[in-house]
Design a binder for this molecule. Sequence first.
Ligand code: ZN
Length: 269
Amino acid sequence: MRFVYPQAKRKALTFSYDDGQVYDRRLAELFRSAGMKATFHLNSGNLGPERDRDTFIGAEEVKEVYRGHEIACHGVWHRNPTTLTRQQLVLELQEDRKALEKLTGGLVQGLSYAYGSYDGDVMDIAKKLGIKYSRTVQGTGGFFPPADFLAWHPTCHHDSRLMELGEQFLHVADFYELPLMYVWGHSFEFGRSGDWSVIEAFVEKMKDREDIWYATNMEIADYILATRAQEFSADGLTMHNPTAVDVWVSSKEGILVVKPGEVKYIGEQ
Ligand SMILES: [Zn+2]
């Protein structure tokens, strides 16, 4: 058997955009109107001070601008995690979580490393502060989910091989289990130049696909982590779902949903 995404979707597409600049308004709307979901990694300390009104999203508009998307951390002041003392890093992440949770009224447990800078110590501290995943800036050009969600390498930045990789993803090889395309960047890269053509063409190409799950970073992390937490009988034919997430599998028995807490015969591949 193999795992598939919710509603038996074969693959997933997600986006991650950093820094919370005003061009996020247009980008968030572009994704939303195409039925896609993205994650926006914000620096809460930059949200809406008067001096930066033309640069950063205002705190009061966060909920509306990012409606339907995920809001996640990028550090309060966009400081480089590997240059901070441990205490400074704790404040940079914990205070960002607190501020963003106050604005959104939910849990904020996603992160992208400012400057893409991290090491084992940074990963460990982030994890201890309740961060469940964190994105790097190391594009893989591939479609494998990460081995470690605290060093989640994206597929690509939006200006390197985006359309070419999108085309590959539409015909992704069968050996990929839970294939994932993960695109990252900054909306100011479009906004400052005024050229949105790359991302608009990509969204147009990838939208309304029956076999793609359009989800936020956290939705994908939660789902894949749930698949990794599944337990199996010694003969591998029966699965126990100990998580709080519906898990979907494809096997000889067809497409099956294993509910939270359920023990189910899933059969062979
Ligand atoms: Zn940044």
